[in-house]
Design a protein around this ligand. Sequence first.
Ligand code: ADP
Ligand code: ZN
Ligand code: ZN
Length: 723
Amino acid sequence: MSVLVHTPAHSQVAKPLSYWSDQFLAPGTLVRVPLGKRELLGLVWDTPDETEPPNAPEADKIRPLAGVLDGVAPLNAAWRQLMTFGAGYYQRSVGEVALAALPPQLRELSPLQLGRRLKRQAQAAAPEQHRPPDTTDLVALTPEQARAIAQFDAETRPCLLFGATGSGKTEVYLQCVQRLLTQSPNAQALVMVPEINLTPQLEARFRARFAPHYGEQALVAMHSGMTPAQRLQSWLAAHSGQARIVLGTRMAIFASMPTLQLIVVDEEHDPSYKSQDGARYSARDLAVYRAHLEGARVMLGSATPSLESWHHSRAAAQGGRYGRLTMASRIGHDQPTELQHKTQNNPPHGLPLVRRVDMTHQPKHCVVAPPLVQAIAERVARGEQSMVFLNRRGYAPVLHCADCDWKSECPHCSAYRVFHKIDRTLRCHHCGFAERVPRACPACGNPDIAPLGRGTERLEEHLSELLAQVRRPGTESELYPQGEPVRIARIDADTTRLKGTLASQLAQVHDGTVDVLVGTQMIAKGHDFRRITLVAAVNPDGALFSSDFRAPERLFGLLMQAAGRAGRDAETSSRSEMWLQTAHPKHPLFEALKQHDYPAFAEQQLRERAQAAMPPFSFQALVRAEARTQEVAQGFLSAASAAVSDLPQSEQWLARVTLYPPVPMSIQRVADVERAQMLVESASRATLQSFLALWHTALHATRGQAAGRGLIRWAVDVDPLSI
Ligand code: ADP
Ligand code: ZN
Ligand code: ZN
């Protein structure tokens, strides 16, 4: 039998290994195999074709399988094909990809233990009484929603659901899933969300809709926040077909779902769909591939689609190959005519009014402009909520000595350590190195070291000073005869470190305990807050002039998502506002944002990308290297580059693939490791793919030579998101 095992990344054992078995085992069967002194989980794999000699020792050295996990049906051909494709496309070994796609506990349990687990699960799944779904308890769709669904039904291609924030995309997903489940009694649907903290809300909505008809077992979640036992349970339910709906984060794209017929990717533009270690796969891109492979339908949804998906959904004449479904209005707002939209200065379709504050006209060093403070105070007095966001956590990004110019650099990274006031530490956000704040400047002894710049922690403190006189309405008490002071809360990676804290903090926002919410982009995404009528971005300018060509796309998406948190309730949407504090109020990005005009922004960005031959008009891969010294890291990349000229037909490759010179990464050193990267680009995806496959062996050989000189790691990132 050919058996795949989880071999270390980049080991030469990329092919399946051979084992004896006295019975025939179908490809996809889970087995236990001995490897060296250990026993591992293995997957019986399709036997390589005759032309390729299998990775087999002499017959008498082949060892027998240690066991078969026979309670679990073999993984089907489509799933195996997905693994083979994923490994090939992202330049990893198929053993690594396939075994990592299985729940970790499956690797640890013996056949006996697994058998017991399966028995328990089967008992728990005793049939429940299900009420057949009936159409009366469906929400009445808006005309836009109905049109989107009809269009989706009429399409065979992948579809982009381009729907404004609050236009009811989730309802469209729910109804598409509902229709599928009613139409075919076995069909399964996969619904993906970008972040774990968005799964509970979505899960609650799906559960409320489907559990009464199909039972609690019909819906399972899959994300890395679950315990190993829960993950195994969900996985088995999906694999057996018992779970009709799988909700999960990017890892769920690898779930075994034998009757998969629909994949939904919510917030498809979100960077968290791209894995940043191991096989650097894009779950969104794999969703499109997988749907194609299994003959399933796929719907990608977003208010601010990735430029890739937007490009794919242009008219066929412009190279489009996806359908595009548009929902421009928020629920509770009729779609205005083109004319109304152009003649009124009001924002379209119930979306918040965007106000730009020119910070060059505000008092010097002011952090929150006085008119914004005023606007927040008015909200508090009316009992409405505001959300203020700043993409930097901690108190201040740097601590500084004015006498000798000492700054709180991290000794291990090319970055500053961030000052966290709450526990008085200097913490490096790259390597985690933390120390207590020194009492005086470590370089000159000056006791007056001061924070430079501002993070969410300091913003929260600052806002509570600015709003100290403001009172909540109708809250007079003995202690506060004029009403209670304003309540400010902060949500960021620091305040949510403990399990469950995020959920409880979000609950306080939902139930109205909090008046002003301060946070990082964590709060800007996806949440269906009902009482927020003002959203403010304190300092969005940083990304305007970034060297990363995707920075404007990300900034626009983030700001539009953030704006989408305001005025989600039809009653308040008419007075909801998004404030931007900027030194560049006339910047085209902000102009487009003011109009809520994603299509105009996207067309302008795509023109620029086309002129510069950048993605989606070209295809990229990054080779990254980490070493003790920058010289070794770059040396490896240069040698790899030079090795191209030894490839067969190297001139033809070099004419069609561009290899840029190695450069240090933007944060060059992290945890005492030097990092460098090299960009590889081609006008054709297929060319880039064939080139990478051919070049891989050369990279391995080069690596062998460089390892002795201190090369630590290297990796290829296909379709990288940040450069
Ligand atoms: P999106 O995902 O596009 O941001 P949601 O699906 O969360 O929007 O919908 C926004 C709000 O509108 C939700 O509270 C939802 O329950 C409500 N909603 C959606 N569709 C309808 C409908 N057809 N009729 C009434 N309310 C709806
Ligand atoms: Zn000093
Ligand atoms: Zn560090």
